[in-house]
Design a protein around this ligand. Structure first.
Ligand code: ADP
Ligand code: MG
Length: 208
């Protein structure tokens, strides 16, 4: 379904979608954070881009692990260690692989979610990236048996619904939690960035 060459193109696309949405993500982080989510991720994915040429002949596990380690060391903020952990946990599900299928992808997303939960001491419903990740995982499970493109489209749609639902949530983790009830009405930046990244995977598989 996704070869290492395609994975590298997907990661390049992720860097570019984050760059395109840098101001948007930063604006979302203004009312409930410190206005840096887009800046943080853009810095991290820019650093990832510089690592990609050296990864061309590497396996899926090595590629994803490198992305995770680079994000941890360059993103800063809460989201750096969380996204870094997510990619590193996902990498552990595909060591040595030249290609991943939907079974692998589901194991990767599940491992990424577990990593964020442990690292962030968080659960769904706390107005974080988990509120896009977990609905995406549930949609994958519900769509099992359909084509990869259909499954990923369903997961992306579920993540988008999850992002909308973060608006009504009270933040209880991360900087937004300092605002308590005043965080209501605002969309979570991390849930939004995760949904953008998942959208890149969904489109790549759609196109084949
Ligand atoms: P910081 O909050 O340190 O400035 P960012 O602005 O880059 O870091 O990222 C904020 C995003 O990180 C939030 O929108 C939220 O989705 C996510 N986040 C923060 N803390 C947690 C946590 N404990 N668990 C899961 N996600 C979290
Ligand atoms: Mg921030």
């Amino acid at each position: 379904m996704i070869t290492t060459a395609q994975a590298i193109r997907i990661i390049e696309e992720m860097a570019s979608i984050i760059q395109q949405n840098k101001d948007y993500l930063t604006e979302l982080d203004m009312p409930i954070g410190d206005s840096d989510h887009g800046i943080n991720l853009a810095r991290g994915f820019q650093a990832v881009t510089t690592k990609l040429p050296a990864l061309a002949d590497k396996d899926m596990g090595t590629i994803l692990k490198t992305v995770g380690m680079t994000l941890v060391s360059t993103v800063g903020g809460a989201s750096g260690p969380l996204y870094g952990t997510a990619f590193m946990r996902a990498s552990m599900k595909v060591p040595g692989k030249a290609e991943v299928d939907m079974v692998d992808f589901m194991a990767m997303l599940e491992a990424a979610i577990d990593g964020v939960k442990i690292r962030g001491k968080s659960i769904p419903g706390e107005k974080t990236m988990l509120d896009a990740m977990v609905p995406a995982m549930e949609a994958l499970r519900a769509a099992e048996g359909q084509s990869p493109a259909q499954m990923l489209a369903a997961a992306h749609a579920a993540a988008q619904v999850g992002v909308e639902k973060t608006k009504a949530m009270v933040a209880t983790k991360g900087r937004a939690s300092y605002l308590g009830e005043r965080s209501i009405g605002h969309q979570d930046p991390g849930a939004t960035s995760f949904t953008l990244l998942l959208g890149v995977v969904a489109s790549a598989v759609q196109e084949g």
